[in-house]
Design a protein around this ligand. Structure first.
Ligand code: HEC
Ligand code: HEC
Length: 479
């Protein structure tokens, strides 16, 4: 009896659900399918960034990969799940930096234990990154090793900024802007690693969802977009295309990270993070993410020698070995990549609301689309055949531009950040900060930081009425 009852309720739900859908779906335009037909999910809850695209067939691998992203690694020899953290590391879990699979949160201090702190440190001088540190500097270590940098000596200071318009729109409305500077006390750096002079910046996370679809865009289409931009006189971006090695060591056009420093997902920021954030070794990475300067410092440290009962050479050779026991299997890594590729993009919302329609018209009129290229058609995707030939809506040209920002840190030339799904950030991550260092607390502030190549677009935005400005933000929130 009970069973029939449930059956009846289920049928009613299905019928009413499908009725509702048939009432709403006929007029859904292609722009709602942000990640294309096979890469979009119609969910706008707090889990909207965490969904499996319908194009992914191996649901079990997807779930296993998800666990690796969400889990916390611990020290150990790799014989138990999630062990192998260290000897030196950046975070013990991916999710800490990508809360709810999105961007991190604007922070006043650098504490790698704080959930939502998605910041990476960048330590550089006029020649580039300081070679004493790993490219992504480490601030944690497993006993008895010492962290290269003591986090309590890292200072993030937020300053008020007054722009050339005295922080007011032509209509008199005022706004406030802030930007960060970062310093590390010399005494917080291991003496052996301390550079004679250095600058420090922070870089925030980027959302992970949809990166599998970006991988499916053909390299030739990105090159063609770059050529198109180079031929015009505005918003041209950098003249040189960035190249980065793919998983086979072949140079390909960079499309990931704020600097376009990674070209393919298989050798992308996520694939690398699993190893270099945690220092968990695996068969294709039987060595540590470490610098020789750090290994030398630890090898000379009498306390490390005493605790381990090893001499200088044994410590140094262990830290720098290229033949370590793998702590993670290739199967685990493959699962991570199934999950990583398969994260769908949440569908756009409310696109037919009059205010959103108005905001969209203004977005196009102001020339935002010169860099925030609304759509791409993917090429043939050998990894996920279902992602092939999809029209997707990331609102990015995947190219680097200079927005002439005050104190941009190490990121004056920055990739146009994809805007898809960002409107759900508050719901999915709890935060809605924007830009490469999270200096913008709202969409409006993000637009007001657009100078340099985007100065004309920003000026057009400034001259809108308050109601029009709100419409633009409403549109951004909807895509
Ligand atoms: C220390 C914090 C931190 C951790 C932990 C971390 N990331 Fe990131 N991630 C970042 C930052 C910062 C960026 C932007 C980097 C840049 O532009 O150089 C980023 C960028 C990315 C991107 C690029 C998105 C794009 O559009 O270019 C992907 C994908 C990604 N991370 C996946 C992962 C995965 C998967 C893991 C775990 C295996 C992980 N991340 C762990 C900080 C982190
Ligand atoms: C010249 C190219 C260019 C133009 C034109 C442009 N943008 Fe951007 N936009 C960028 C780049 C590059 C970034 C990333 C900057 C950073 O993080 O430092 C960005 C970032 C953003 C962000 C923040 C994304 C995030 O979540 O971090 C928003 C919102 C945005 N743009 C909206 C607009 C709007 C609205 C317009 C039109 C008024 C516009 N942009 C015009 C290049 C451009």
């Amino acid at each position: 009896m009970k069973k029939y009852c449930y059956f009846y309720i289920l049928c009613t739900l299905l019928v009413s659900g499908s009725c509702r859908r048939t009432q709403e779906t006929p007029e859904l335009s292609e722009e709602y399918y942000t990640g294309g037909k096979n890469g979009t999910v119609f969910i706008n809850s707090s889990k909207a960034y965490e969904q499996q695209a319908s194009a992914i067939s191996d649901g079990m691998a997807f779930l296993k990969g998800e666990q690796l992203f969400e889990g916390r690694f611990v020290s150990g020899d790799g014989s138990t799940p999630f062990s192998g953290l260290g000897p030196v590391f950046i975070r013990s879990s991916c999710k800490d930096c990508h809360p709810g699979y999105g961007h991190g949160r604007r922070m006043d201090r650098y504490n790698s234990d704080e959930y939502g702190n998605g910041y990476l440190l960048v330590i550089y001088d006029e020649n580039g990154l300081c070679p004493q540190f790993t490219g992504m500097p480490q601030t944690r270590a497993t006993y008895p090793f010492l962290p290269p940098i003591d986090e309590s000596g890292i200072h993030i200071t937020w300053h008020n900024y007054t722009d050339e318009f005295g922080n007011s729109y032509p209509d008199g409305e005022t706004y406030s802007l802030i930007y960060p500077t970062v310093s590390i006390d010399p005494s917080a750096i291991l003496p052996e690693l301390r550079p004679s002079h250095y600058s420090v910046a922070i870089e925030a996370t980027i959302g992970i969802y949809g990166t599998g679809l970006l991988d499916a865009i053909s390299e030739n289409d990105i090159i063609a977009e770059h050529q198109k931009q180079q031929a015009r006189s505005y918003c041209r971006g950098l003249s040189d295309l960035p190249y980065a090695k793919d998983e086979n060591g072949i140079d390909k056009v960079g499309r990931y990270t704020y600097g376009c420093t990674r070209s393919t997902l298989q050798n992308g920021p996520g694939a690398n993070a699993l190893w270099n954030i945690t220092n968990v070794t695996r068969p294709d990475r039987r060595y540590h993410y470490i610098t020789a300067a750090y290994a030398e410092a630890m090898a000379n440290n009498s306390q490390v020698q005493q605790v381990l009962g090893w001499g200088h050479d044994s410590i140094y050779n262990y830290l720098m070995s290229t033949n370590l026991q793998p702590e993670m299997s290739m199967e685990d890594f493959d699962d991570l990549m199934v999950w990583h590729r398969g994260l769908a993009v949440p569908a756009a919302r409310n696109l037919s609301e009059p205010q959103v329609v108005e905001g969209k018209e203004l977005f196009y009129e102001m020339g935002c689309t010169a860099c925030h290229k609304p759509s791409w058609v993917t090429g043939t995707d050998a990894h996920v055949p279902g992602f092939s030939h999809q029209k997707i809506w990331p609102y990015s040209d995947l190219l680097r531009h200079n927005l002439g920002m005050k104190e941009p840190g190490a990121r004056a030339n920055c990739r146009t950040t994809p805007l898809w799904g960002r409107g759900l950030s508050k719901i999915c991550t709890g935060y809605e900060d924007h830009l490469h260092d999270m200096r913008a607390r709202t969409y409006e502030e993000a637009i007001l930081w657009h100078g340099g190549e985007a100065a004309q677009s920003k000026d057009k935005f400034r001259r809108l009425t308050k109601q029009q400005r709100q419409a633009v933000v409403k549109f951004l929130e909807s895509i």
